[in-house]
Design a protein around this ligand. Structure first.
Ligand code: GSH
Length: 222
């Protein structure tokens, strides 16, 4: 089984299924395709029907899209408990993962990872960037994320430090956000946080699998 990813330092979409597969204990290799280079389009076309990563190559199939790969993993590794066992928590965990997958465009665009228009490369693994003024659209995204974290941690977080207590799929989908908050040095208290979101973000950034990804990034050129 082979997971094709973009630059480990900044490909936020790639990080999610990588965390999910690690959580499952899946036996997989990771192949990095450098993005935004002169040869990137050709290399991506060799691996991916959409020209985008991540994709998972397994049993002769190519599964594209981070959500599809994650859903595949939850089907193939039921013992990994990728979704919460409580059914109410599970329904809402899916809502959070899907919202994360389909929304927050302002945050993604204005607080991007990878090379910016000026050629500066923003990465999930530092160095951090001095805080910059945020647009109202970004502020609305951050407020919504803080609200999600406070609500889910408040309702379901008693059994552990993650969004639904024990680690579950939404944590994989929110880890790239945690790296954006760190890189762009967001003060979450200015967006409605009472400390819950900041603690949760810190937890995501110290989860062992993310630290392994960070170590992997250190061995590569961004
Ligand atoms: N919705 C897709 C998004 C994939 C995506 O946008 N991947 C970026 C890398 S982070 C990419 O491959 N970009 C290459 C390009 O657009 O040339 C997913 O979840 O997998």
């Amino acid at each position: 089984m082979e997971l094709i990813v973009g630059n480990i330092a900044f490909s936020t979409w790639s990080l999610r299924p990588w965390l999910v597969l690690k959580r499952c204990g899946a036996d997989f290799t990771t192949t990095e395709v450098p993005l935004y280079g002169p040869d990137s389009a050709r290399l991506l076309a060799q691996h991916s029907p959409t020209g985008k990563v991540p994709v998972l190559k397994v049993e002769g199939e190519t599964i594209w899209d981070s959500m599809a790969i994650s859903v595949w993993a939850s089907e193939m590794f039921p013992d990994a408990a990728l979704w919460p066992s409580d059914r109410h928590a599970r329904w809402l965990a899916r809502s959070v993962a899907c919202e994360m997958h389909s929304s927050f465009m302002a945050l993604r665009t204005e607080c991007g990872m990878g090379p910016d228009a000026g050629g500066v490369i923003h990465t999930m693994v530092g160095p951090d960037r001095a805080p910059t003024p945020t647009s109202e659209a970004v502020a609305a995204d951050v407020r919504r994320l803080v609200e999600i974290i406070r609500t889910m941690r408040g309702r379901f977080g008693a059994a552990g430090p993650y969004l639904f207590g024990e680690w579950s799929m939404p944590d994989a989908f929110l880890t790239p956000v945690a790296t954006r908050f760190r890189h762009y040095q967001f003060d979450l208290s200015a967006f409605g946080d009472d400390g819950t979101a900041a603690s949760y973000v810190a937890e995501l950034l110290r989860q062992p699998d993310f630290l392994e990804w960070t170590e992997l990034a250190a061995t590569k050129q961004p």
